[in-house]
Structures are given as structure tokens and as C-alpha cells.
Design a protein around this ligand. Structure first.
Ligand SMILES: [Mn+2]
Length: 313
């Protein structure tokens, strides 16, 4: 066991028993079709996190004090199916310990396992899929566990809402629910897309965020960059609103494909992760945006209000 902690936080905030948050690295890159390198994502993300300020100005909080446990890395890569099953079981293990579980990839196929675990543990789950790509193929290159199929299963058995989409195959139209899809080219002119998307969500929300949803001008280090993506503050405003109005039960962030020359994407990913935790556990009700939010502990209790008992699973 290494004594490495998330972001170099003190040991007292990094032990499992003291931690509300669990972070599971999954450096899997077995099915990517173009640029390889998402296997190096978790390492680059963790390195950038160590060089980040741990006080969040906006929420006036230090969310690491809720405790963030860096779990063992999921290394299973003998097949896409075996990897998905290992992710599924690992995530479920920590959800059942009543932790707020977060996962950092790796390519997007890992989310088939993360979503399966959350969907088994929480009632009426909404999956908020934030991505440039629709990822709705039932099967691709001989497997249902390809990154191009990341949310097909979720489209069949959860309330799937897709945001930022700007690349897909015609065949995916047969699976896609247009009423629950927010295309990037429409979001540009629809000032109500945030409210519209939130109105479609049930209370329990799992977020799967593919970093290629961001515009390549602010996040170039990803396997399949697409022009016309989201920018930093509009994304944060949306996420903040979702965390405020819904019971976000966990999230994953995928497809960081780092390179040696430009580290800015690694830092964006690190900051994004920390921002999402800060929104989840925001305690300071002096901040206007959070005046309706209970303190962090109540938020977490609420998190499990709709938790299925293990016997129900
Ligand atoms: Mn994508």
C-alpha cells in the first residue's frame, strides 16, 4: 500500500473510515479508436491535483476536510467486459459503504460499469451524460463494452439526459431520445437549456462527464476533440445548478489523454473534479448561490434518502 493521498492531503483526511468521498482511478484504454493515452489520465490528473490550491473561493470551503479516500486503482484489462465488471463491483462496494463515490478514467467504456453500479443502488436514477459524442451504439467493433457504447445501457434502463452532443452516427438516431438531448449547436442559442435539462431530471442524478465536451481551445488533451464545445464558466454554472437542485449521488470524469507539452488540460480536469466536490458539500450559506443548501452533512444524508437497501438489490 502506498501512502500517497489525493492531492497530497494530510493522512487524517484520507483514511477510508474518515472519508465521505471515495475516488477510484480506472486507467483503462483498451477500446479507444484514435489517439491512445487515456490510460495516463488518472496519473496526470492526480499530479495536477497535488499542485492545486485546496481552498475554493466561490464556495468559501475546503472540501478535502470531508475526507477523500484514494481507492486502489482498477487495473483489470484482460477484456472490455472483464474491466466493466471489475469497475461495477468496485464502485458498488464503496456505494454500499455509504460513500460518495467518484471515478476518474480512462476511456468512456468504464462508465458502463459505474452507471450499472449506481443504477442498482439508487431508485429512479437519472444519468446526466455530458459529452461531445452520443455514445449510443448498442455494439461497436465486436463488443458492447466499447467507448462508443458508453451510455447505450443507460438509455435503456435509466433516465438518460445528454448535454453538449455534437458528433454521432446516423444509426444512433434510432436510440436517441431527442426530447432529452441538448445538442451543442442548439445550446448556443437556447438561453433556457440549463433549466430545461434540470426539469427533465429525477431527484437522484449520476453525472458522467467526458472531458471532450469542453471546447478544444480550453481542453485539447483528449482522445477525440470536437470543435464547438462548452466553456469553463457555463459548464460550472450548469453543474452548480444541478448540485443545488438535485441529489447528485456520484460522478465520473473520463477521457483525459495527457501529453508532455501542454499540462493545462490536466489542471482543468483537476480543478473540475474539486469544483464538483465543492458544490456537493458546500457548507457556507453566506455564499448567495448556496443559500438554499443545507450544510454538508445534511446533503450527504439526503444523498442516501433514496438509497436502496442491499436486500432490495
Ligand atoms: Mn466523447
Amino acid at each position: 500500500m502506498s501512502d500517497k493521498t489525493y492531492a497530497g492531503i494530510p493522512q487524517e483526511y484520507s483514511k477510508l473510515e474518515n472519508s465521505q468521498v471515495v475516488l477510484i482511478p480506472v486507467p483503462y484504454d483498451g477500446t479507444s479508436t484514435w489517439q491512445k493515452g487515456a490510460n495516463k489520465g488518472p496519473e496526470a490528473f492526480l499530479e495536477a491535483s497535488e499542485n492545486m490550491e485546496l481552498y475554493d473561493i466561490e464556495t468559501d470551503s475546503e472540501v478535502y476536510k470531508q475526507g477523500i479516500f484514494l481507492a486502489e486503482t482498477v487495473t483489470e484489462d484482460s477484456s472490455p467486459e472483464a474491466m466493466v465488471e471489475e469497475v461495477h463491483q468496485t464502485v458498488k462496494k464503496y456505494i454500499n459503504k455509504k460513500k460518495f463515490v467518484t471515478i476518474f478514467g480512462g476511456e468512456h467504456s468504464i462508465s458502463i460499469g459505474t452507471i450499472r453500479a449506481f443504477n442498482e443502488c439508487f431508485n429512479s436514477l437519472t444519468v446526466l451524460h455530458i459529452d461531445a459524442h452520443a455514445d449510443l451504439r448498442p455494439e461497436y467493433e465486436g463488443t458492447k463494452c466499447n467507448h462508443a457504447c458508453a451510455v447505450y445501457e443507460a438509455s435503456q434502463n435509466t433516465n438518460l439526459i445528454q448535454v453538449g452532443i455534437r458528433s454521432m452516427d446516423a444509426i444512433e438516431k434510432t436510440v436517441m431520445d431527442n426530447d432529452k438531448t441538448f445538442f451543442a449547436h442548439e445550446m448556443v442559442t437556447n438561453e433556457y437549456w440549463v433549466e430545461n435539462a434540470i426539469d427533465l431530471m429525477t431527484d437522484n442524478v449520476f453525472i458522467t462527464l467526458d472531458l471532450d465536451v469542453f471546447d478544444p481551445s480550453i481542453l485539447p488533451s483528449t482522445g477525440t476533440p470536437e470543435p464547438g464545445g462548452l466553456l469553463w464558466y457555463e459548464t460550472l454554472d450548469f453543474l452548480k445548478q444541478v448540485f443545488k437542485e438535485k441529489n447528485v449521488v456520484g460522478f465520473d470524469i473520463v477521457e483525459l489523454c495527457p501529453n508532455d507539452i501542454d499540462k493545462s488540460s490536466d489542471f482543468l480536469a483537476a480543478k473540475l473534479y474539486y469544483k464538483m466536490l465543492s458544490y456537493k458539500f458546500a457548507e457556507n450559506d453566506n455564499v448567495d448561490d448556496f443559500e438554499d443548501i443545507d450544510d454538508g452533512i445534511n446533503v450527504l444524508k439526503n444523498n442516501f434518502a433514496n438509497f436502496k437497501d442491499e436486500d432490495d438489490v
